[in-house]
Design a binder for this molecule. Structure first.
Ligand code: F6R
Length: 609
C-alpha cells in the first residue's frame, strides 16, 4: 500500500520522482505528491486521484530541487483528497514526510502534540509523525527521527527530509512495509519496491525492520533499532527494467498473461534435474532430516495466493502424502491453530509483504512451526523470515490482478510437493517431471487459441450482472479464481462454487441471464459428475459455458459455448484451465470500460491488516 520514492544527488529531482511513482502507481492511486528541496526551501505539489493529475499540475506549476520525495497513496486514515495527500509538512514547516502503513497510537500522540501547540491540517496519521519528528528536531534529523520512532506503534515505512540546513539528506525508516535503497555513483535512490529503481541501478540494499537509514549523495548509512551502525548486504538484482514496462501490450495484465509461458518455465528451470529425476531446491535451510519429521503442513495466504494454496493441498497430499490445512492469513492467527515443531508453515505471497500473510507466518513460527515461503519478490519480508524459499521467477507483476504470479505459484507448489516426496521416499517418479516439461508448450497453445474466443465471449456476456463458476476437485479453486478475476477486473458479481454444492443453494440463482462457466476437464469420475451438474444448469435454462479438454459431444450436447483447452497431467491441468478465465476477465473488464491494471479500491501489495 502506498508507494514511496526518494532521490538525493546532482540531477533535477522531480522527473526522477515522477518516473519512480509511475512504476509504483499500482501500490495506490488515491492521491500523489512530491516534495523537492531547493536552496533550503520545500517545494511541494499534490493532487487527488491518479498520478496524471499530479503530472498536469506540475506542468502548469513546476517545482524544482536536487533532492526530494514522492508518494502515491492508498488511503487508510482519512478519505482520498489533496488535503490528505503526502508529503506532509509539519506545522512549523521544517520537515516533509511520506509514509506507508498505519500508526496505531496516532490519536494519543496527536492529542499530546495539540496540547504542545502543534496544529494539523489533515486527517492522517502521517501528519502526526511529521509533527512528532519536528518536535524533536534540534539540528540533527536522524536523531529526531530515531526519537520519534521509539514512540510509534504500528507498521510503517517512511522517508523524511528537512529544510533546516542539514544539506542533501533523506532519512528513511522501516517497521513492516518494504523499503529498498538503490546505490549509484554520487546519487542514491529510495523506493518501496525495486521496480522503481531498476532503470537507475541494480545494486540495492533492503532495509530490515527497525532500520533507520540516512542517504546522502555520497553514502548510505544504516542503524538498527538499537541505534547501532549496521552493514546491510548489497544485492545485485537481475530483473530487466524493460520487463517492468508494457512491452507493446495495451495493459500490463494482458502482457503478464502472455508471459506465463516463460514465467512457468523459469520457475522450474534449474530446479529439476531431468536426467537423474531429482528436484533441486536452493534456499532451503531446513535439513532433509528435519523435513522428514514434518507431519502436517499449514498453507497461509490471501486472495489469489490462497487459491493457489487450495490447489497446493491437492498437490502435496497427493504427491507427498502429508496432510495440509489451508488458511486465510487474516483468519489463521485468530483461530488458535494447533501448531508445533512438526508443522511446516508455508506462506504463499507474490509480494512477500502482505501483512495478513506475514502475521500468520509469524504466528505459526511463534508456536514452533518451521517456516517456508513461495514468493516472487527477492528480499521481501516473507523471504526474510523463512527458513526455506521457492522464488516464483515470474518477474515483476505490475497488473493489480495476479496472473503469472498465480500460475508460477502452482509450479512452485508442485516442486515443493515433489521435493517432499523425494525427501520422504528417496526418489520422484519420472512421469511427474515429464509432465512439467510439457507444460510451457501447452500454456503457449492455450493463450494462442483462446485469446480471440475469450474476447468474443466477453463481447457477448459483458452486460451480465452475475456469473457463476463451477469446478470440482483440484479445479474447484480455479472456479474461485475465475470468479475473483472477473469481479475485481470487471466489477461483475461472480461466485465460484464446487459444482456438487450447487444444488445446495446457488441453483436458485440460475435463469436464462446467468452465464455458468463449468470446468470439465479430465476423464475421471469427477468429469462425469460435472457433466451431471451441467445438466442441472441446462434444465433450468442457465447459459452453459464448458471449459473442457474433451469433445463437445462427450458433454452431452447441452453446452451453449465451449472453451477448449489442451490436456496436460491432471495435477497441472489447473494451470492451463485458469488462463482462458484470466483472458475472459480481462476482455470483460475492457468491454465495460474498467481500468483493468488498476481496478478501483485495490492495491497490489496490501501491507495493512
Ligand atoms: C487478486 C490479487 C490478490 C492477491 C492478494 C495477496 O488478483 O492479486 O488477491 O493475491 O492480495 O497478495 P500477495 O500474493 O502479494 O500476498
Amino acid at each position: 500500500m502506498c508507494g514511496i520514492v526518494g532521490y538525493v544527488g546532482h540531477r533535477e529531482v522531480v522527473p526522477l520522482l515522477m518516473d519512480g511513482l509511475r512504476r509504483l502507481e499500482y501500490r495506490g492511486y488515491d492521491s500523489a505528491g512530491v516534495v523537492a528541496v531547493e536552496n533550503g526551501a520545500f517545494q511541494t505539489s499534490k493532487a487527488e486521484g491518479k498520478l496524471d493529475r499530479l503530472k498536469e499540475k506540475l506542468e502548469t506549476a513546476p517545482v524544482h530541487g536536487q533532492y526530494g520525495l514522492g508518494h502515491t497513496r492508498w488511503a487508510t486514515h482519512g478519505p482520498p483528497s489533496e488535503r490528505n495527500a503526502h508529503p506532509m509538512v509539519d506545522s512549523r514547516g521544517r520537515v516533509a514526510l511520506i509514509h506507508n502503513g498505519i500508526i496505531e497510537n496516532f490519536l494519543p500522540l496527536k492529542k499530546r502534540l495539540i496540547a504542545e501547540g502543534w496544529t494539523f491540517k489533515s486527517d492522517t496519521d502521517t501528519e502526526v509523525v511529521a509533527n512528532l519528528i519536528s518536535s524533536y528536531l534540534d539540528g540533527d534529523l536522524p536523531s529526531a527521527v530515531a526519537r520519534a520512532l521509539s514512540e510509534l506503534e504500528g507498521m510503517y515505512a517512511f522517508a523524511v527530509v528537512t529544510n533546516t540546513g542539514a544539506g542533501q539528506q533523506i532519512v528513511a525508516a522501516r517497521q513492516g512495509p518494504p523499503l529498498v535503497i538503490g546505490l549509484a555513483q554520487g546519487e542514491q535512490f529510495l523506493a518501496s519496491d525495486p521496480s522503481a529503481l531498476l532503470v537507475h541501478t541494480k545494486d540495492v540494499i533492503f532495509l530490515e525492520n527497525g532500520d533507520l537509514a540516512v542517504l546522502t549523495p555520497e553514502r548510505v548509512t544504516v542503524q538498527d533499532r538499537h541505534g547501532r551502525p549496521v552493514e546491510r548486504p548489497v544485492q545485485h538484482l537481475t530483473w530487466d527494467p524493460i520487463q517492468a514496462e508494457k512491452g507493446g501490450y495495451k495493459h500490463f495484465m494482458l502482457k503478464e498473461i502472455h508471459e506465463q509461458t516463460q514465467a512457468v518455465q523459469d520457475t522450474f528451470a534449474g530446479r529439476v534435474d531431468f536426467e537423474n529425476a531429482r528436484i533441486l531446491l536452493d534456499s532451503v535451510q531446513i535439513t532433509e532430516d528435519e523435513l522428514r519429521h514434518i507431519e502436517r503442513i499449514h498453507i497461509l495466504a490471501c486472495g489469489t495466493s490462497w487459491h493457489s494454496g487450495l490447489i497446493g493441498k491437492f498437490l502435496i497430499e497427493h504427491i507427498a502424502r502429508i496432510p495440509v490445512e489451508v488458511d486465510y492469513g487474516s483468519e489463521y492467527r485468530y483461530r488458535d491453530p494447533i501448531v508445533d515443531a512438526r508443522v511446516l508453515a508455508v506462506g504463499i505471497s507474490q509480494s512477500g509483504e502482505t501483512a495478513d500473510t506475514i502475521s500468520a507466518m509469524e504466528a505459526a513460527r511463534e508456536r514452533g512451526a518451521r517456516l517456508f515461503t513461495i514468493c516472487n519478490v527477492l528480499g521481501s519480508q516473507a523471504t526474510r523470515i523463512s527458513e526455506g524459499v521457492i522464488y516464483t521467477h515470474a518477474g515483476p507483476e505490475i497488473g493489480v490482478a495476479s496472473t503469472k504470479a498465480f500460475t508460477t505459484q502452482l509450479v512452485a507448489l508442485y516442486l515443493l510437493a515433489l521435493y517432499l516426496r523425494q525427501v520422504k521416499t528417496g526418489a520422484v517418479e519420472r512421469h511427474y517431471l515429464d509432465a512439467l516439461a510439457h507444460l510451457p508448450l501447452a500454456i503457449d497453445e492455450v493463450i494462442r487459441l483462446q485469446e480471440k474466443p475469450m474476447a468474443e465471449m466477453a463481447k457477448k456476456h459483458h452486460r451480465a450482472e452475475n456469473f457463476l463458476y463451477l469446478g470440482r476437485g483440484i479445479n474447484y479453486p480455479i472456479a474461485l479464481e475465475g470468479a475473483l478475476k472477473l469481479k475485481e477486473i470487471s466489477y461483475i458479481h461472480a461466485e465460484g462454487y464446487p459444482a456438487g454444492e450447487m444444488k445446495h443453494g446457488p441453483i436458485a440463482l440460475i435463469d436464462e441471464d446467468l452465464p455458468v462457466v463449468a470446468i470439465a476437464t479430465g476423464n475421471d469420475l469427477l468429469f462425469e459428475k460435472v457433466k451431471s451438474n451441467l445438466q442441472e444448469v441446462n434444465a433450468r435454462d442457465g447459459v452453459v459455458i464448458a471449459l473442457t479438454d474433451r469433445d463437445e459431444e462427450e458433454l452431452g450436447g447441452i453446452c451453449d459455448e465451449v472453451i477448449t483447452v489442451p490436456t496436460v497431467s491432471p495435477l497441472l491441468q489447473p494451470i492451463i484451465n485458469v488462463i482462458p478465465l484470466q483472458l475472459l476477465a480481462y476482455f470483460t473488464g475492457l468491454r465495460r470500460g474498467a481500468d483493468v491494471d488498476q481496478p478501483r479500491n485495490l492495491a497490489k501489495s496490501v501491507t495493512v491488516e
